[in-house]
Structure formats: structure tokens, C-alpha cells
Write a protein that binds this ligand. Structure first.
Ligand code: DC
Length: 226
């Protein structure tokens, strides 16, 4: 059986940084599952479906699933999201798509389609997968489950600094914080596969930690368990 490492936690907890580092160290595939929900959200936006009306049983979203074809390719170690032949990778990190992804991910039919792809990928190779429900729902028998968390203020500060480094001149810290609280609420309160820390996961609170400290802790856990 393939080795599966699940890294879950709320937005901005450092999951993708840790997952990328680990996958490189171990020579495993890295699958960013959030990018899959983001790609479907962007597909719906491009089809003209207004985010405001999206709900858990939104028929206009479910109706788009059949025509949504996702191909995940790795180019120079970067995960590319190809939707119906179009590369969405550069467009899925905007605040609008972030909010949309948090909403589409509450729709059970959307989750079922994307989870099927995630499980299929994990069945044929060693993976480090990050998301919200990897240890609790997608890969309940994962070899190692890590749950990363940090205070919402700390996560918002990190995300704000990241945005500024990327040249964002408009967003304020207060906006990033409000957006993160809203996404936390959407992700943990949805009825199907919400964000939870399972009993068998290693829970790591990284509030106040530098990235290097968290990397060192995770490397130790992996050395003991894998
Ligand atoms: O990790 P991210 O910020 O790129 O995720 C985007 C949204 O997708 C986030 O609001 C939660 C959702 N998501 C999810 O519900 N389940 C996953 N396995 C991954 C992401």
C-alpha cells in the first residue's frame, strides 16, 4: 500500500509550506486539494454563477459538475490545474476565488467528485496531501495525520505579509482577518466533512512559531513514524 501523509488545518496554518517541504524530503507526490476546490469555484465564476447565492444544495453548481473536467499536471514541481484544457493555476488565489472555494466545498456533490480523484491519486503513489478533511474523510487510514493550527490573528498576519510580498497594495490586515474568520466558519460548520482534528492526528499549534521551528518538529515526527 502507498504511504499517505495527511496534513489538515484551517487556512493560513502553514499546511502547504509543510506539505511541500515534506514531499520534497521524502520524494512523495504533493497534492494541494484546496486548489481543486478553488478550480471548481473559478469554473463556476467563469460560467457566470454569482457567489452570493451559493449554498450547500445550490442546483446551479451541481449542474456544472458534469461539464467540469480536471487534469492535474506537475510542471517543474508546480501543481497545475487544467480545467477543460485551460490552465487555471495563475488565477485561483484571488480573494474572490478563496471565498468561492470555501462555499463550493460545502456542497456534498462537489466534494464527492473531488474526493474520488484524491483517493485515486493516493492509491497509486506515496503522497503528502493537504486540505481540511484528508485525515478525517479522504484518507481515514493515512499512515500519518498532522493537524496544524494557529490563532486566527497569527494566520491572518502571515497571510497579510504574504500578500504584501506579492505586491498587493490594497488589502488591509483587518480585511484579511475578517475573510479568514468567515472561511474558518464556513469550513468548520458545514455539515459534510467539516474541518476537524481527529483523535489519531498529531495536533500542532504553531502560534508564534517561526517556519523553521515547525519544520523541525514535523521532521522529527516523520522520522519517528514513517
Ligand atoms: O487550502 P485552501 O485555502 O486552498 O482551500 C480553499 C477552500 O477549499 C477552503 O475554504 C476549504 C476548502 N477545502 C476543503 O473543504 N477541503 C479540502 N480538502 C481542501 C480545501
Amino acid at each position: 500500500m502507498s504511504v499517505q501523509i495527511a496534513i489538515d488545518g484551517p487556512s493560513g496554518a502553514g499546511k502547504s509550506t509543510m506539505a511541500k517541504m515534506l514531499s520534497k524530503e521524502l520524494g512523495f507526490l504533493y497534492l494541494d486539494t484546496g486548489a481543486m476546490y478553488r478550480s471548481f469555484a473559478l469554473y463556476a465564476i467563469k460560467k457566470g454563477v454569482k457567489i452570493e447565492g451559493w449554498s450547500e444544495d445550490a442546483p446551479e453548481l451541481i449542474g456544472l459538475l458534469d461539464s467540469f473536467s480536471l487534469d492535474i499536471q506537475y510542471i517543474d514541481d508546480v501543481q497545475h490545474m487544467i480545467v477543460n484544457g485551460e490552465d487555471y493555476t495563475g488565477e485561483i488565489r484571488t480573494p474572490e476565488v478563496s471565498l468561492g472555494a470555501s462555499k463550493v466545498s460545502a456542497v456534498p456533490a462537489v466534494r464527492l467528485k473531488l474526493v474520488e480523484i484524491q483517493r485515486e491519486i493516493a492509491s497509486r503513489q506515496n503522497v503528502v496531501m493537504d486540505g481540511r478533511d484528508i485525515g478525517s474523510y479522504v484518507l481515514p487510514n493515512a499512515t500519518l495525520k498532522i493537524f496544524l493550527c494557529a490563532s486566527v490573528e497569527d494566520r491572518a498576519r502571515r497571510r497579510y505579509e504574504e500578500l504584501k510580498l506579492k505586491g498587493d497594495k490594497d488589502s488591509t490586515y483587518e480585511e484579511v482577518l475578517a475573510d479568514m474568520k468567515l472561511r474558518d466558519e464556513n469550513d468548520s460548520k458545514r455539515s459534510f466533512a467539516p474541518l476537524v482534528c481527529t483523535e489519531d492526528a498529531v495536533r500542532l499549534d504553531t502560534t508564534g512559531n517561526e517556519i523553521e521551528e515547525t519544520i523541525a518538529i514535523i521532521k522529527n515526527i516523520v522520522a519517528e513514524r514513517i
